[in-house]
Design a protein around this ligand. Structure first.
Ligand code: ZN
Length: 1000
């Protein structure tokens, strides 16, 4: 037989595009349209409905950037349409290619009840089936004229990303606003042909099934009268029925489709817009659930649920009703889908506490699945936190974005730093926006790396990023591939049902140990420095606020600010969302974040001040040091307050050859006349820290223009060009502090170098006005090390300093919390920071041996999506700690992040809890969230070894139980002796104890 395959395929495409799809709506009449443009920010629904609109017609321009317009559409169903199905087609001027990234709307009835959301792939509203004719139609649309930021060409600087700079020119042209007859038979024919055609295209040309589909499609097209598509569509469908009913082969891959809209809690839109995006999508999905009994939709991020509850009660009513059916599913268990590299130990824990608690309180749902499809890499501390929150499974697809290496598994056990293993699935469909296209399903089946031993994978299905969710077309396609020869099978399922099957079929999944490093988006550890500093500062202030408020409550009967701390925690957790903390949002988001962090700091400082005043007492004229760190400081115990003992006095003198020498009994540091640290001598070890012939505290400037994703990415070639900033304007001595001033480009730097005991503290103030540059601070260290440690949640993770394989080479920029640590047996160096996360560590081989260079990432200057990223003044604090063992790195990390608070007062404050082993670090002391007055203490082994410790309380307690992160009791009883509890901890083990206080 002659091969006419390409001819038939081309025919199928043209007839579908030009004849069959247009026939879905064979008749239409225009609606009357009027509009009221809200003068500023979004208004309540009642206000939008009550406004007086002005007439507007299709073709008119509307929509200033970030504006809200309330459209009213009215019309009458023509009498001659009696018995037909009628829909309103409401096209606000959509560009089909980008659902969620442009204008959107939510349709309301005149009584204010929501109907469904409108987006570029979903702009119909059902008016009625089997209409009588003559029905009056009146609908209202709350339309948001959100600008397209991720424009074509992509990643170009734009001022549309902040309402303050976006201007007021209208962005959209009102398109079709009609009442139309909906021909369901033609619509079904479109989907039949799409599914047959898409499946056919994925099959081998040699396969008989491919040709059966081709011939069936050809026969169906032959049956279509192009002048009467509506009259012949059923005949065409009949000719496809046989090929579309042939069942899947027994070995077919099995896809669990989960309806989904991955909505970024802020990104190319501000937080306030996400509140509305979530409402639009949720309204859309509750409507789709009513229309289709098989469909299942999962929504993550408790914060987004809370927004609906607070701001859109009419949508919330529909959502809660749908949840009760079991098909609108709260998924995951975090407050937001946060970054997991940068959040500190307690913050990462609280993401789960607040996320899970919301779903438990509202719906009685306690999920075991963690849902993080889009997060930029996963810290190795996470598995233990997931387990401690009472969960046991993780889903993400983001690692498929890695540029260099292909991850070897799709279903596996992920093992964290403490040995906890989490059953993990990466959907092989490689997207969180699956739309049920044949090529996506075939890719999932082909790509699945666990074939032969496992058969199930999950496909998050629906428009995401900016929202929209699943469409009726996706649901209709899923029904056709439920059991279809040549295709994977598709079943709508909850994440929990998928995981249960995946676990059951895979008795011995492979294991991946350590972080899930994303080989992309590495610059998110540095971009938007003030957002990162706000996060770190807030985390530390929350620790202090809880500690001192709990101490004041137990000691002085002061009220504990439960509601205030709960609210502030949720604010800080929200800003850890994976486009806020990583610095990849528009200018508006980061401008608001800076203001929010200032407000958080103001509130928390007030809480801390009040508690400390209550504790310090009014008597006495001394000064108390409140030590919030988990280690004794200047003789003041951890978590207590007392009179500080004297510290090591340091001396300063002029250095031979220029510059200055700072020294005390522990260190001698030489700063040359370029302001560089040419020697840092550890007196007790008798050892030099700086690599021979090199200089530390060296600022280095690189060009930084990634190939795409400007705020997200730094590409490895940035290292090829570097300028050492060695020219200085001033090196001077002020008391025991050396001041260094430099200028470069349009920027200036001032550094202050001081000794603080065994640390060299370096405060760097940068007035930054560069474009597309990367600023690093380098410390070449005379240490021979194959690997180094970076602090992560509740411990640290090791990375190699070499680049033996592509896996190590790809980690050229990585995340640390408060410290990076390198060591030879018996002697090491820590580099501590108060607010930076990105760093790189490399090795150099010189004549005398191998040295290690640690560089911290200070600032970048990408121009997309915020064209003014990081311009202005920034202050960073770093410390070099020669001779530091890992425990010293842990301790100095806490000290640098918790500045000393000196408070007038006479009454020393005994800590609420004392641990007799410095290895065991207390990360939280607080009162229980249930407001029972119980004291909750969380701690962990901090060095990666075993610990045996006794924890003693300074208050009597009736009972003590170990709990999970949600403060729910765990089985087993802690060993108690009076007011003391004996502890044995495994490496990095995390423990939470809950003490119920006795009345006396
Ligand atoms: Zn996202």
């Amino acid at each position: 037989m002659h091969d006419d395959r390409t001819l038939v395929e081309a025919r199928l495409k043209r007839v579908l595009d030009e004849r069959i799809r247009p026939a879905v709506y064979p008749e239409s009449v225009p609606l009357e349209v009027s509009v009221w443009h809200a003068p500023g920010e979004p208004v309540p629904v009642a206000e939008g409905l009550a406004a007086t609109p002005e007439p507007i017609a299709a073709g008119a321009a509307w929509g200033a950037p970030w504006g809200t317009s309330w459209f009213t559409v009215t019309g009458t169903v023509p009498r001659e349409w009696a018995g037909r199905t009628v829909e309103a087609l409401l096209d606000l001027g959509f560009d089909e290619s980008m659902p969620g990234f442009q204008c959107e709307g939510l349709v309301y009835r005149p009584d204010g009840s929501p109907v469904k959301g409108l987006n570029p792939r979903n702009h119909w509203v059902r008016v009625g089936s089997l209409v009588e004719g003559g029905e009056q139609v009146r609908l209202h649309i709350e339309a948001a004229s959100n600008p397209v930021i991720l424009c074509h060409p992509r990643f170009q600087p734009t001022h549309l990303g902040d309402k303050e700079t976006a201007g007021s020119d209208p962005l959209y042209t009102l398109a079709r606003m009609d009442l139309a007859v909906f021909d369901e038979t033609v619509w079904q024919l479109v989907l039949d042909l799409e599914v047959a055609g898409e499946l056919m295209a994925e099959l081998p040309v040699e396969s008989a099934r491919r040709w059966e589909l081709l011939r069936a499609a050809e026969r169906a097209l032959d049956a279509v009268d192009l002048q009467d598509v509506n009259g012949t569509a059923q005949a065409a469908r009949d000719r496809l029925a046989e090929v579309l009913s042939s069942p899947a082969v027994p070995s077919a891959h099995r896809i669990s489709a989960v309806g989904h809209a991955h909505i970024d809690s802020a990104w190319l839109w501000p937080l306030r817009e996400t509140v509305r995006k979530v409402a639009r999508t949720a309204a859309n999905m509750t409507a789709l659930l009513e229309d289709d009994p098989d469909f299942v939709f999962a929504m993550s991020q408790a914060q987004q649920w809370a927004w609906i509850k607070e701001h859109r009660p009419e949508v919330w009513a529909k959502v809660t009703k749908a949840v009760a059916t079991g098909r609108f599913v709260p998924s995951g268990g975090m407050w937001v889908e946060s970054d997991t590299n940068m959040p500190g130990s307690e913050a990462m824990a609280r993401q789960f506490v607040h996320g899970k608690r919301f779903f438990i309180d509202e719906f009685g749902v306690d999920n075991e699945e963690v849902w993080l499809p889009d997060t930029f890499g996963f810290a190795a501390g996470l598995p233990q936190i997931i387990k401690a929150a009472g969960s046991k499974r993780l889903l993400t697809q983001k690692i498929s974005w890695s540029q260099t290496n292909t991850f070897p598994h799709h279903t596996f056990l992920w093992e964290g730093i403490d040995g906890t293993r989490i059953f993990t699935h990466f959907p092989p469909v490689d997207t969180y926006n699956c739309s049920m296209q044949g090529r996506e399903l075939a890719h999932a089946a082909r790509n699945f790396k666990d074939k032969g031993v496992a058969r199930h994978s999950l496909a998050p299905t629906g428009w995401g990023d900016g929202g929209g969710g699943t469409t009726r077309e996706m649901v209709a396609k899923a029904a056709r591939v439920r059991d279809l020869e040549g295709s994977p099978t598709v079943t709508w399922e909850t994440p929990a049902d998928f995981f249960a099957k995946a676990e059951a079929e895979y008795a011995h999944p492979p294991v991946w140990i350590g972080e899930l490093y994303l080989e992309l988006h590495r610059a998110t550890l540095t971009s938007q420095a003030k957002t990162k500093q706000g996060n770190r500062r807030s985390e530390m202030l929350l620790r202090e606020a809880e500690l001192w408020a709990a101490t004041a409550a137990v000691r002085a009967g002061a009220p504990y600010p439960y509601a205030q701390l709960d609210r502030i925690w949720k604010t800080v957790l929200l800003h850890q969302f994976h486009d806020i903390l990583p610095g990849s949002s528009i200018a508006w988001v980061h401008r608001e974040a800076r203001r929010t962090y200032e407000e958080v700091a103001r509130e928390l400082n007030a809480v801390i001040d009040a508690a400390q005043r209550a504790l310090a007492g009014s008597q006495g004229d001394g000064t108390l040091l409140f030590n919030a760190a988990p280690h004794a400081r200047h003789g003041v115990p951890a978590g207590g307050a007392g009179r500080p003992s004297p510290t090591y006095a340091s001396r300063a003198r002029v250095r031979d050859g220029g510059g200055y020498v700072l020294e005390n009994d522990l260190l001698r540091v030489e700063i040359d006349d370029r302001g560089l640290v040419v020697s840092a001598y550890d007196r007790s070890a008798g050892r030099e820290t700086v690599a021979p012939g090199r200089a530390a505290n060296l600022l280095q400037l690189h060009p930084d223009f990634p190939n795409k994703w400007d705020a997200w990415d730094v590409d490895e070639f940035y290292r090829n060009t570097v300028t050492d900033l060695v020219d200085c304007d001033e090196v001077s001595l002020d008391g025991e502090t050396v001041r260094v001033r430099r200028s470069f480009g349009r920027s200036r730097v001032t550094q202050l170098l001081t000794l603080a005991g065994g640390r060299l503290d370096i405060v760097t103030e940068v007035d930054w006005h560069e474009t597309e540059k990367f600023l690093k601070l380098a410390f070449p260290l005379d240490v021979h090390a194959d690997r180094y440690a970076s602090e992560s949640q509740y411990g640290h993770t090791f990375r190699p300093t070499h680049t033996n394989t592509s896996w190590e080479a790809a980690k050229f920029e990585a995340c640390n919390h408060r410290f990076v640590h390198v060591e030879e047996p018996g002697w090491g160096v820590a580099l501590v920071n108060d607010s930076t996360y990105g760093h790189d560590v490399t090795r150099t081989v010189e004549a005398h041996g191998t040295t290690t260079t640690v560089r911290v990432s200070l600032l970048r200057a990408p121009r997309f999506p915020d064209p003014e990223t990081d311009q202005g003044v920034h202050t960073f604090r770093h410390a070099l700690v020669p001779g530091a063992a890992i425990g010293d790195a842990v301790r100095e990390g806490w000290f640098v992040n918790l500045p000393e608070r000196l408070v007038p007062g006479g009454a020393e404050v005994e800590p609420l809890v004392t641990v007799d082993d410095d290895t065991v670090v207390v990360t939280a002391v607080k009162l229980a969230d249930d407001e029972s007055g119980d004291v909750v203490v969380r701690f962990h082994e901090s060095r990666g070894g075993r610990a045996r410790a006794t924890l003693t309380t300074a208050f009597p307690f009736a009972d003590v139980v170990a709990t999970d992160l949600l403060e729910r009791p765990l089985p087993g009883e802690p060993r108690r002796d009076g007011n003391a509890v004996s502890l044995t901890l495994r490496p990095f083990e995390l423990v939470t104890l809950r003490f119920s206080r006795s009345a006396g």
